[in-house]
Design a protein around this ligand. Structure first.
Ligand code: COS
Length: 390
């Protein structure tokens, strides 16, 4: 039976996340947006109540929530403030490759620091010259005895300034394209240098940094999965994290829609609240449809993961549609507000700036279409189980 009814526990989890978003995130969202400061206190509270590291198993101190439950949390975080939400959920990206490819000792050492210690970790894939084209990365990892030596630079790293350790992708065979990339856990104290913090258009509460690795030595056992298996590990990670990003986008869209609905009932023009005008009603109706369908696609992409099925195309459908929905609904919410929507004093201005990154990070909307096209034209993977390890 297909049933999207939430259990009592799931409803309670969603309510708890919503309460946190309303009481802890929204009151400080504009402050962090204005000065671009990192919401350390909010993140600490989120960790204390179990809203961080949602998929981290209990044995490493995590809440051990399902992927589906993760989407319930992420939607509320996006509704509260997606800048804070991004900093709050980014451990998930660093954790996934460790869960998939790390030795038991690596998992114990590094995952426990997040689950029990409340620390942060970052995912380092993108480089100044290698964004969508992952395989063109130039960071190298050279094996020397029982160590790897890492050299290179990674950019757009969420929480890069505050991470205790990094999941780093580097070339172990420069001539092998995507089959020459490996993934490693690199502790910050091995010599990671934070070069600069970015000053961004939106999601200004999240920390985004450039980090460098200059002759950084790490033990060979910090390799995740097999040598030269890093590209696949990165793709498998994104399959697991894109449903959460999609959920955050649903939350952004829902927040923009909520504001637009409330404003349209208050604002009077031509003698009636503007909600009485069909032009506004149709905009609100389109918002509601998009939010509804984006959520359903998001939930399904997560449920497949919980069932152990491969969700590559579904997670790209969800991420693409939800991200575009966030941008479209936020833009239309500004339209409903009219000139006031363009003023910083009103909430939808920030939401529209925040929404834009959803079409860019964790694979642009164009990259999602590339994945969807490939999977649709060559549906070779449709019935495959989701690989559990590499
Ligand atoms: N799960 C497991 N394996 C996968 C996979 C997945 N979801 N997707 C691809 N692979 C494997 C393929 O099976 C193939 O394996 P072989 O080497 O054994 O043949 C290999 O990976 C290459 O796959 P493919 O040919 O589909 O890769 P392309 O180079 O055509 O496309 C894209 C790769 C563009 C889709 C990829 O580089 C990408 O997703 N880029 C965006 C990266 C991104 O999201 N960056 C944002 C920063 S991360 S926050």
């Amino acid at each position: 039976m297909v049933d999207f009814t939430l259990t009592d526990e799931q409803r309670a989890l969603r309510e708890m996340a919503h309460d946190f978003a309303e009481k802890e995130m929204r009151p400080v969202a504009h402050l962090h947006d204005k000065d671009g400061s990192w919401p350390k206190e909010v993140l600490k509270k989120a960790w204390e109540v179990g809203l961080m590291n949602s998929h981290l198993p209990e044995e490493y101190g995590g809440p051990g929530a399902s992927y589906f439950e993760g989407t319930l949390i992420e939607e509320e975080m996006g509704w509260g403030c997606s800048g804070i939400g991004t900093s709050l959920s980014c451990n998930g990206l660093a954790i996934a490759p460790v869960l998939l490819g790390g030795s038991e000792a690596t998992k114990k050492e590094y995952l426990t620091r997040l689950g029990e210690g409340g620390l942060f970790a970052s995912f380092c894939l993108t480089e100044p010259g290698a964004g969508s084209d992952v395989a063109s990365m130039r960071t190298t990892a050279t094996k020397k005895g029982d160590k790897y030596v890492i050299n290179g630079q990674k950019c757009f790293i969420t929480n890069g300034e505050y991470a205790d350790w990094y999941t780093v992708y580097a070339k172990t065979d420069k001539d092998a394209g995507h089959r020459g990339i490996s993934a490693f856990v690199v502790p910050r104290d091995a010599g990671v240098v934070v070069d600069k913090k970015e000053d961004k258009m939106g999601q200004r509460a999240s920390n985004t940094a450039t980090v460098s690795f200059n002759e950084v030595e790490i033990p060979a056992e910090n390799l995740l999965g097999e040598e030269n298996g890093g590209f696949k590990l990165a793709m498998m990670t994104l399959d697991r994290t894109r449903p959460g990003v999609a959920a955050m986008a649903v939350g952004i869209a829902r927040s923009a829609m909520d504001h637009a609905i409330a404003y349209s009932k208050e604002r009077v023009q031509f003698g009636v609240p503007i909600a009485a005008h069909q032009a506004i009603q149709f905009m609100i109706a389109d918002m509601a449809t998009k939010v509804h369908l984006a959520r359903l696609g998001t939930w399904q992409s997560a449920v497949l993961l919980d069932q152990g099925a491969r969700n590559t195309i579904e997670s790209s459908h969800a991420k693409r549609f939800a991200a575009d929905t966030a941008m479209e609904v936020a833009t239309d919410a500004v339209q409903v507000y009219g000139g006031y929507g363009f003023i910083k004093e009103y909430p939808v201005e920030k939401i529209m700036r925040d929404a834009k990154i959803m079409q860019l990070y964790e694979g642009t909307s164009q990259i999602q279409r590339l994945v969807i096209a490939k999977e649709t034209l060559l549906p070779r993977r449709a019935e495959e189980p989701a690989p559990a390890t590499v």
